[in-house]
Design a protein around this ligand. Structure first.
Ligand code: PEP
Ligand code: MN
Length: 361
């Protein structure tokens, strides 16, 4: 074949492509019209019986050289793309995504505007064990000009024989301390039935890693008027994490703080593997504030500081860390909670690194 003949062939192919293009778009217009009418009649856009008939029709009319299976595969994609034309936009662009909302969401927690560019610290014991134990930590937070106290009342423990938390009594302790020290309190809720109760005691409801895909809990959190701190699941992809947040936002609550807390990998040097790039990815892909829990991700006291610096350097809106007056006798997470002196050191180092407190306003 000479050059001219080759060029002719190319031209013919180009013409056919344009015909295909026009035909596909013509088809798409009809599909859109049909979906519109189906919606008006309350019918689902996708009809599997009809689609089977269409695929059979393709196979029956096929004269080759393509195999029927190949063509069915191509047509299946065309049908799928057609259906997507009729889907509501949320499927294509999640409500949590930047595509849907370009500006940052600021989550107001009393006087703190989380996500406003200042990097904050949520700190406190793993578990609320007593008023005295939690108050000691609260006092230290207050001294540093920190305003966000965490403490677990309902503890999702790996073993059923381990301390399960004080439950409602723990929430009551947190509320008393919040009032006495003018702090905002954050605590995990594990059951959808407790969300409403928790609203009377806490400022932010935490949904923990183990419950990231507890869809009933997420939907209930979506109906709450309290902000939600949602932690990434132990083995969740970023997409799954975003979809978990989507459950909350699509149920009506936009006040969501995402929290990267490490994922399970083969690496055993740390308790989990801190996925540091999840922070800039989530900041790019969503409009929500992103925190990093340095305690549960590393599981190592000696790594809290470098992990916190890394998180701040990649643009996290804040950090979470655990602190206990006497970690050696803590009822949970003894290995990684800081004692009060270590906490003082941690805070002073991070203040130099740009951590926001009421004392450096
Ligand atoms: C916690 O923050 O108390 C906790 C249990 O963390 P995670 O859900 O990330 O394991
Ligand atoms: Mn803990």
């Amino acid at each position: 074949m000479n050059v001219v003949e080759m060029d002719n062939l190319k031209k013919k192919l180009d013409e056919i492509d344009i015909k295909l293009l026009d035909t596909l778009n013509e088809r798409a217009k009809l599909v859109k019209e049909m979906i519109h009418h189906k919606k008006l009649q309350g019918l689902p856009a996708f009809d599997p019986v009809r689609e089977r008939e269409m695929l059979n029709h393709i196979a029956k009319n096929n004269q080759g050289p393509f195999a029927a299976e190949t063509l069915q595969h191509i047509f299946k994609e065309i049908y799928k793309a057609g259906l997507e034309l009729g889907e509501n936009d949320n499927r294509k662009a999640l409500l949590v995504s930047r595509r849907k909302k370009a500006e940052d969401t600021i989550v107001q927690v009393n006087k703190d505007s989380i996500g406003d560019g200042k990097q904050r610290l949520i700190a406190g014991p793993c578990s609320v064990e007593s008023y005295e134990q939690t108050a000691k930590v609260a006092e230290r937070l207050k001294e540093h000009g920190l305003t966000l106290l965490r403490g677990g009342a309902f503890k999702p423990r790996t073993s059923p024989y381990d301390f399960q938390g004080l439950g409602l009594d723990g929430l009551k302790i947190l509320k008393r301390i919040a009032d006495e020290y003018q702090l905002s309190v954050i605590s995990e809720i594990v059951s959808p039935n407790d969300i409403e109760t928790a609203e009377a005691y806490v400022d932010v409801i935490q949904i923990g890693a183990r419950n990231m895909q507890n869809f009933e809990l997420l939907k209930e959190a979506g109906q709450s008027r309290k902000p939600i701190l949602l932690k990434r699941g132990l083995a969740a992809t970023i997409e799954e994490f975003m979809n978990a947040a989507e459950y909350i936002i699509s149920s009506g609550n936009e006040n969501i703080i995402l929290c990267e807390r490490g994922i399970r990998t083969y690496e055993r040097a740390t308790r989990n593997t801190l996925d540091i790039t999840a922070v800039p990815i989530l900041k790019q892909e969503t409009h929500l504030p992103v925190f990093v829990d340095v305690t549960h991700s590393t599981g190592r006291r000696d790594l809290l500081q470098p992990a916190a610096k890394a998180a701040m350097a990649v643009g996290a809106d804040g950090l979470m860390a655990e602190v206990h007056p006497d970690p050696a006798v803590a009822l949970s997470d003894q290995a990684q909670q800081m004692d009060l002196e270590q906490f003082d050191h941690f805070v002073s180092i991070l203040k130099n690194f740009g951590l926001h407190t009421n004392k450096n306003e």
